[in-house]
Write a new protein. Structure first.
Lengths: 108, 208
């Protein structure tokens, strides 16, 4: 007779704390759909303030999930952000973990 | 027990909210509707100007000057417009098709008009076949039936001009320009405007 699967026997994944923050999660999700995005576009899409957006992007940059490029276009400064390979990997793992946790919550 | 259930319910709600946030943001990112309808109309008008200039003005410079002028105008306006929108992989794929076909068309039209050795029917057949290829590739990426119809119109025009007389080919070419550049460009501009107002209405005009 097989042992019943107890809740404690299920290995539930932990959610990546760098991505779990709402604004950081929103930023990574947005960046996953585009090649690169300007700071102002990210600000408009997330309805966030310059300070908060800059701080969250810096955290993502420090974690190696986004990379930044500053350049001039038509003599205007432009700050571009793009998702790195490890950022994409981290987001994928986060979504998988989220689905697993939700599945466990629904079944439990 | 109740407290434990409440905590579980809260955690479940938070996780669902996170998943929903990801979906919403991905949808937001893909709603980057680029505006390209104007280029179809602009190039349609440019073809008419070049045809009229070369026919009534009897100038060998008609096609090269019109094509170079329109290329510069397109590049300047597109650069200004694209700086507002981030580039998507799909947008880059479509851009690559049009840039490659555009360069091929430019080299062919320039060489053919200067050399003057190609008859009108061959010229129309080559231009029609190339424009058909660009529209077909773009429509397959965008899954947009209306643009594939344009590809078919260009290919039919190319095929007809291989068999028809010079005057018949000219009429077919003018009609194809009107349908695939002016009418389709206008329709694309309307679709883009509609999608900007209500993003949930999606057509191929939205370059994801």
């Amino acid at each position: 007779m097989p042992d019943p699967v107890s809740e404690s026997a299920i290995e539930l994944p932990e959610l990546n704390p760098v991505i779990h923050g709402k604004l950081r999660l929103a930023l990574l999700s947005l960046l996953s759909t585009v090649e690169e995005a300007e700071f102002t576009w990210l600000r408009a899409k997330t309805n966030s303030t310059d300070g908060n957006l800059g701080a969250q992007l810096l955290k993502l940059e420090e974690a190696g999930y986004v990379e930044v490029e500053k350049k001039f276009v038509l003599r205007k400064p432009q700050t571009l952000y793009r998702m790195t390979q490890s950022g994409r990997q981290a987001l994928t793992e986060y979504v998988q973990a989220l689905k697993q946790l939700l599945g466990a919550a629904i079944n439990g | 027990m109740n407290t434990n259930q409440d905590a579980q319910e809260l955690a479940k709600q938070e996780l669902t909210a996170r998943l929903s946030l990801i979906e919403t943001m991905i949808a937001e990112g893909r709603q980057t509707t680029e505006s390209w309808g104007w280029t179809f109309v602009l190039w349609g008008v440019a073809y008419y100007v070049a045809i009229a200039w070369s026919t009534w003005g009897h100038s060998n410079f008609a096609w090269p000057v019109t094509m170079i002028g329109t290329s510069i105008l397109t590049a300047v306006v597109a650069t200004r417009m694209s700086s507002k929108h981030p580039e998507t992989t799909m947008g880059r794929a479509i851009g690559a098709i049009w840039m490659a076909i555009g360069a091929a068309l430019f080299i062919f039209c320039l060489s053919a008009s200067i050399a003057g050795r190609i008859d009108l029917q061959t010229f129309i057949a080559a231009v029609g076949a190339m424009l058909g290829a660009a529209n077909a590739a773009s429509s397959i990426i965008l899954k947009w039936g209306a643009q594939f119809m344009c590809a078919l119109v260009w290919w039919v025009a190319a095929a007809i001009s291989c068999f028809a007389s010079a005057s018949q080919s000219s009429i077919v070419f003018l009609a194809a320009i009107f349908l695939c550049q002016i009418v389709f460009g206008g329709y694309m501009m309307l679709s883009e405007a509609r999608e900007r107002k209500s993003p949930e209405e999606k057509s191929g005009a939205a370059h994801a």
